[in-house]
Design a binder for this molecule. Sequence first.
Ligand SMILES: [Zn+2]
Length: 228
Amino acid sequence: MDIQYSVKRSRKRKKTICLQICGASEVKVYAPSLMPEAEILKFIEEKQTWIFKSIQRHNTSPAQKKQKEYATGEIFYYLGEAYPLEAFFEPMENHGVIFWKDRFFLNCPANEDMQKHYFELWYKEKARQHIPGRVAHFSRTLGLHPHDIRITSARSRWGSCSAQNVLAFSFRLVMAPPKAIDYVIVHELMHIRQKNHSSKFWHLVVEAMPQYATHRRWLRDHQQLFDL
Ligand SMILES: [Zn+2]
């Protein structure tokens, strides 16, 4: 079988390779930046059967939104990178999500609400670690200061700015690449100056971040990946 694939290398990735079936025949391979090409090819060859089956499954249920199963091998995103999950249940150890060596580990009984809950806790903590610092950075450079920052569970929007200039960001945002996160932050900060999406607003955004359209498109095209 001929497999079409594209390789995305990352310096942050230390050892593991991971595969993602993206479309009818598209396979993305996430690999460490220094891994030799031959090793990547060998990995793909070993996984041929799995890839072939996954592509078939993908093709038979095209429009269906993929529900998370919290199963080992499933992909979860963190700062724009895809990492595989190892799910298990060890009652005597702490329950929850741990991210270690390019992998997510979930210790939890097979209960979807609990699995979702633990991932949400983990992402919220990461969002609290990442987002306020970036807001502070852009606050300084743009001279725009929010009244407060909140991390929410919003599903349909990445961020918002209230009439009182309280900025809210969905914890899901921390699944997106850092530059896309920055775009949402700049977007919401700009609402402190301009409370609408007029051409004046977009003019301010493009001035602060000339590449904003790329990040905006990326978020729109990948939103469905970030459901828990
Ligand atoms: Zn807006």
